[in-house]
Design a protein around this ligand. Sequence first.
Ligand code: SAH
Length: 213
Amino acid sequence: MRDTSKHQGLRNQLAKVLMAKGITDKNVLEAIRKIPRHLFIDSSFEAHAYQDKAFPIAAEQTISQPYTVAFQSETLAVKPEEKVLEIGTGSGYQTAVLLELNTEVFTIERQHELFKKTSLFLPKIGYKPKKFIFGDGYKGLQDQAPFDKIIVTAGAPFVPKPLLSQLKIGGMLLIPVGDKTQIMTLFTRKSAKEFEKKELGDFAFVPMLEEKN
Ligand code: SAH
């Protein structure tokens, strides 16, 4: 596993592309410049790592497009020490961005092969989530709730109720909702019963699947 000045140059370039597409959060851009994305995908496809594209990883899943990762990270406006729940660990790239933003990350993956691979890989390159969970993101993580922020990185056919109920008052859930394409949707918990909802444009994710039996 190598990280060279050539990779660094490509990452600086990628950060510029994301700025041109509207990303402004300095800490998010710094995370993009820092994290060796080429190590998150199969080495034979290294050349693709710093293009602003989603890319296949194991088990028919994808590593999200850098713009999408940056957009979700910026929109959630995470602050250091916040408790963040991530649904859909996948390659762990979004997890690494959240960790670079100094948050406490709990991350859930339902696909066992990916869960195993990523839970071994991330600590190897220095990224340590508070917890890796093999399980069903539709249920959230009741025993660690409430969370400041919840981020879903798979396309959800509907908004799972447990995720809303596991938010702190003032907390936010960012979730792409829809079947073929999704509308990025931000819920802010205003009180025990009230949620403000904002729609933030169209995205395309792999589907959020129900638990395997
Ligand atoms: N953040 C990841 C995105 C991976 S794609 C990255 O940048 O690599 C979405 C991931 O969500 C896939 O790994 C998929 O297996 C996972 N997923 C789908 N349904 C899920 C569910 N119900 N609970 C947890 N993870 C789920």
